[in-house]
Design a protein around this ligand. Sequence first.
Ligand SMILES: C[S@@+](CC[C@H](N)C(=O)[O-])C[C@H]1O[C@@H](n2cnc3c(N)ncnc32)[C@H](O)[C@@H]1O
Length: 262
Amino acid sequence: MRFDVFTIFPSMFSGFLNESILKRAQQQGLIEIALHNIRDWATDKHRTVDDTPYGGGPGMVMMAPPIVRAVESVLGEELATTPIVLLSPSGELFTQDVARELARYRRLALICGRYEGIDDRVRIVLAARELSIGDYVLTGGELAAAVVIDVVSRLVPGVIDPESLAEESHSSGLLEYPQYTRPPVFRGLGVPEILLSGNHAKIAEWRRMMALCRTKARRPDLLARAPLTERDRALLERCPPDPFAHLGPVYDETEGEPRATD
Ligand SMILES: C[S@@+](CC[C@H](N)C(=O)[O-])C[C@H]1O[C@@H](n2cnc3c(N)ncnc32)[C@H](O)[C@@H]1O
């Protein structure tokens, strides 16, 4: 999948894109990220991309012509078939479902605003989809574009092990169950015994129950939309009083070897 990012700060992306999973995915040719400086499509010697708002008010607004020229010339014949995303706090909320939808395309264009935002005619002319990464205001769209690239890239086949994706928070409409790894006791807190039992059916049931209970406690809005089975409803009846409290044994570490107290 190819991402075309339109920004006036291309260097902001370098550290983020060149580490870890995204770096490997680019090296393997699974994703490609092209950064385009909108100023390259300005026409004056100062490479101006902003102007004062019509109607008055504070700050500057990004002008339509350089952005539209940039997107049209980079996308060329693929303009009509490539989703164009305009990062904006007024946009539709960017969720895992939206990410899944975008990951079906082979190319995605992302336009990053700055200042007071972008002339609204850009959205109209490019038939752009406005996306917000949350109900807060960033100084610019670059972080938001990086979030979209990160989330969508993880869904591109080959980037992440499909088994990891299947059980993650939001993949099934639920938050994830709690995870543990070595050491078996940390600061007196042990690991829930079921996870050490080797009984895979019971472990899967416990994890499903914890995903359900944690979602109910923290995100009832998600639980209300999640497709639940009769078995899920029965598991919800068994929720611990606080599914975010520590659920494993607690040891007294004050006298040498850990001793179970719970
Ligand atoms: C300072 S903001 C402009 C805010 C604008 N005046 C408003 O009130 O909606 C500058 C740019 O940051 C980006 N941005 C800010 N918050 C965002 C969010 N929650 N999601 C996506 N992009 C955001 C957009 O690209 C926006 O054009």
